[in-house]
Design a protein around this ligand. Structure first.
Ligand code: 0A1
Ligand code: ZN
Length: 850
């Protein structure tokens, strides 16, 4: 257990910094366990400050010397920083500290990964590098000198000078310390160039370790150039340095990091080749490269005043990367993909013990708030704003935002103000989306009389931790109406639901229409609409809104599953016929058909049962999913081989959306066919596949029917040298394991010589997959709970951030039966009682236990 109660930090306590920084000069003398960092920081009193106390953050630093205006001082040093008296006028603070990157397993601050030095400073890692006011509202110009024998030495900004064993960098754009970065290593680059909209020539590089990885940068480089062009075309944003560097690193806690001019990427988020990466990997890489690049304006040029404003940069940047992917690929498919993620992860968070507002009001450890709520619900809020003010209003507001706040550390109030000023709209009620946690439920009733159709919408948001009472929000509900023939008689209209209950009317209708509600998923809410299965099947067949068409099928599938869980029913043939018609409709995008044929996740079904006031049984849910999949396979049996053949992509592999969509539908066919042919087709596909998408899909189809042992061994034999491919090998075995075997399979994999908990990707491959195998994780034996708890306890001593993140696997514990609850609670308590448990994990486990 923690010795000292961790301190909670509140948004309401924000005060401006006592001192501002005009310039920072840093010198790094790199050495694995004895890196020296020399700093020279020009401070000046902040005229807006409320205090004159001088405090610099600093953790795990060995202070060698310090001075103020050249006079040596002995500051008061604690575990969290240093203080000293300072002049009431501008002054220069200098210090020399020693740090040990080689033993830094937390992967925060300066650390080493496979012989390479790299940094991760967001959120509060810079304080592990040197003493500094490590808060985002202190922005300064950095000059960095790196001394090392390593051939490649990089930092932010533009290269200033270099010589034998040293390099200097200067970043002209003032930035907070969390955007600082440094890399030193034996690296090779994949170079390119980009000419910006005003004709400036920018050098681009992706840096990787020498070896086969060099071949894997081309796709990322194209994605970078597309992102740069898109941000110019769509947002009018131009790049602002002479050089843009991306570095791939194997050990990284997150996906990637937007450090100014020097993005550092988890190698899984940048390296790609047809032989080693799936279509999903390619799409993810394109999106993450775009996301980090877009941060240059939304995050770096305009940053956050404090960490409570994290959604200011993250919600907006996710929204921008979603728009980008839609433009590059398919808007309909991207929207469905995003909503699947939102419902699976954000709704789960918002409806459990970890629920928090998009702008939280307090935290113990900010790293615990890089959540789906801040990111994905944060992006949904931007989408709603755009829907409410229209495309023109959104464009004007964004132009004003960049004009007014360039160079600022801004707040959500600043953000909403530009929308108010640009559009004249009052957003005071809308602002609740940032402060009120929980997923609103919108229920629907309707009636028709004398040519008028009335739609009554009611909203209600359930209580969440620390927030009992909720008040109505502004909910944009996009609605269209269809007639009995399936023709659209009222095109999409945005209804603004602002009260607890409101009725909207549509006049001049010849008969009662079929409503299509929440088109495009116009707000992140749960729609409670008692439609008959016939109406849903009708929308599945006719809705002109592709999202709602897909969602009608999804709701039907969920209903069928619930019936099968409850009473072992056989599935509704209306649903199966609907699927067949959709599958045979060759006018429909294959990617869309593949999505329409996939079932809600088992975790979604569990939540649907909770919403209906029932206790979910993961084993029964698993059986219902298996049974429904078999029914679907049998019902579509005659059509599967034809579509499978039609989806063959000829020619060399390309990761474009059209080819990927075909493979996606083809592999959906393969997985269904495997339920009937004992894996014959899958074995053949495995044997002949010339790319990872086809190979992995075939292997998954085999493993899911309890076959594929030979292929699994061959896969390991072939790919044992490739870390990212081996992550797939580890993960797939756990996600495809039968529920009763999942814990055993995961435990056995932790004994494999290639398993290491020091690498977050490998740890997540095994334990992320265990969480994803819902019935396996919740196997009544409790074996998975115990195994995960054992490993989280071990990992916490090395890497608190990843441990805390992975502890969320337990966040649904209160949903389940008494026996499972007892077992999960015991696992959580065992973690909580671990001596010296990190602040990160302590906060998470405490919140989960509630
Ligand atoms: N800002 C990055 C993600 C990131 C966040 C936190 C980190 O450490 C706590 C690392 C990376 C992004 O949004 O891409
Ligand atoms: Zn981001």
């Amino acid at each position: 257990m923690q010795t000292a109660a961790p301190q909670k930090i509140y948004l309401k306590d924000y005060t401006p910094p006592a001192y501002l920084v005009d310039s920072v000069e840093l010198t790094f003398k790199l050495a694995p366990t004895t890196t020296r960092v020399l700093s020279r920081i020009a401070f000046r009193p902040n005229p807006d400050a409320q205090s004159r106390d001088f405090f610099l953050h600093g953790e795990q630093l060995k202070l060698i010397s310090a001075s103020i205006d050249g006079v040596s001082i002995t500051p008061e040093v604690t575990a969290t920083g240093l203080t000293h008296t300072v002049p009431n006028a501008p002054f220069v603070f200098e210090a020399e500290v020693e740090i040990s990157p080689a033993t830094n397993t937390a992967l925060e601050g300066l650390y080493m990964s496979n012989g390479m030095y790299c940094t991760q400073c967001e959120a509060e890692g810079f304080r592990k590098i040197t003493y500094y006011p490590d808060r985002p509202d202190v922005m300064s110009v950095f000059t960095v000198r790196i001394e090392s024998d390593l051939p490649v030495l990089l930092s932010n900004g533009n290269p200033a000078a270099k010589g034998d064993g040293w390099a200097e960098w200067h970043d002209p754009w003032p930035k907070p310390a969390y955007l600082f970065a440094l890399v030193g290593g034996d690296l090779v680059n994949h170079p390119d160039r980009f000419t910006t909209m005003s004709g400036k020539d920018v050098e681009l590089n992706i840096w990787v370790r020498p070896g086969d990885d060099e071949q894997k940068c081309a796709f990322g480089m194209e994605a970078l150039k597309k992102s740069m062009k898109w941000d110019e075309d769509v947002y009018g944003r131009e790049y602002d340095l002479d050089i843009f560097n991306i570095v791939a690193v194997d050990d990284f806690n997150m996906g990637a990091m937007e450090n100014k001019g020097l993005n550092i990427f988890n190698s899984s988020a940048v390296l790609a080749s047809p032989e080693t990466s799936t279509d999903a990997n390619f799409e993810r890489i394109e999106a993450i490269i775009a996301h980090e690049y877009f941060h240059n304006w939304t995050g770096n040029r305009i940053t956050c005043r404090d960490w409570f404003q994290l959604c200011l940069k993250e919600g907006l940047t996710v929204f921008r990367d979603q728009q980008f992917t839609g433009d590059m690929r398919s808007h309909a498919v991207k929207r469905i993909d995003d909503v699947v993620v939102l419902r699976a992860h954000q709704f789960r968070e918002d409806n459990g013990p970890l629920a928090h507002p998009v702008r939280p009001e307090s935290f113990v450890e900010i790293n615990n708030f890089y959540t789906v709520t801040v990111y994905e619900k944060g992006a949904e809020i931007i989408g709603m704003l755009k829907r409410l003010v229209g495309d023109e209003g959104y464009k004007n507001a964004l132009d004003l935002y960049f004009d007014r706040h360039d160079g600022d550390a801004a707040t959500i109030e600043d953000w909403l103000q530009v929308f108010e000023d640009a559009t004249g709209r009052d957003l005071s009620q809308f602002a609740k989306w940032y402060s009120q946690a929980g997923t609103p439920r919108v229920s629907v009733t309707d009636s028709y009389a004398d040519g008028t159709y009335s739609l009554t919408l009611s909203q209600q948001t359930p209580a969440t931790p620390d927030q009992d009472k909720k008040t109505p929000m502004v909910i944009p509900v996009a609605v269209g109406l269809l007639n009995d023939n399936g023709d659209e008689i009222v095109p999409t209209r945005i209804l603004e639901l602002t009260e607890a209950t409101q009725t909207f009317t549509f006049d001049g209708l010849a008969s009662k229409p079929v409503p299509s509600i929440l088109r495009g998923f116009s707000a992140p809410v749960i729609l409670e609409h008692d439609q008959t299965n016939a109406e849903r099947a009708f929308l599945l067949a006719h809705d002109t809104d592709p999202f709602n068409r897909w969602d009608a099928g999804r709701t039907l599938a969920q209903d069928v599953l619930l019936q099968m869980v409850r009473e072992d029913a056989t599935p509704d043939t209306a649903y199966l016929d609907g699927l067949l018609a959709l599958l045979r409709d060759d006018n429909l995008d294959p990617a869309f058909r593949a999505l329409a044929l996939s079932l809600p996740s088992q975790d979604d079904t569990a939540q649907a049962l909770v919403d209906a006031g029932e206790t979910p049984d993961p084993t029964a849910i698993y059986r219902a999913h298996e049974a429904l999949t078999l029914h679907i396979a049998q019902h579509l049996q005659d059509t599967l081989p034809r579509i499978y053949a039609d989806m063959t992509v000829t020619g060399p592999y390309a990761p474009d959306a059209v080819s990927a969509g075909k493979r996606s539908l083809g592999n959906r066919m393969l997985s269904l066919m495997s339920k009937l042919d004992g894996g014959k087709q899958a074995s053949q596909q495995y044997a002949t596949a010339d790319n990872m998408t086809q190979q992995l899909a075939a292997l998954a189809s085999l493993l899911k029917i309890g076959k594929g042992a030979d292929e699994l061994a061959a896969f390991e034999q072939r790919w044992h040298h490739d870390r990212l491919v081996m992550d797939k090998w580890f993960g797939l075995q756990v996600s495809c394991a039968a529920p009763e075997d999942a814990a055993k399979v995961a435990a056995k994999l932790t004994e494999h010589s290639a398993f290491t908990m020091k690498n977050p990707n490998r740890f997540r491959a095994v334990f992320g997959a265990l969480k994803g195998n819902t019935a396996g994780f919740h196997d009544p034996s409790g074996a998975s709970y115990d195994l995960l708890a054992d490993w989280l306890i071990k990992l916490d001593a090395l890497n608190p951030q990843t441990t805390a993140r992975m502890s969320t696997s337990f966040d649904t514990w209160k949903r389940y039966d008494a026996d499972r609850q007892t077992k999960m609670k015991a696992a959580l308590q065992r973690i909580d009682k671990t001596p010296n448990l990190s602040r990160d994990t302590t906060e998470m486990v405490t919140r989960i236990l509630g």
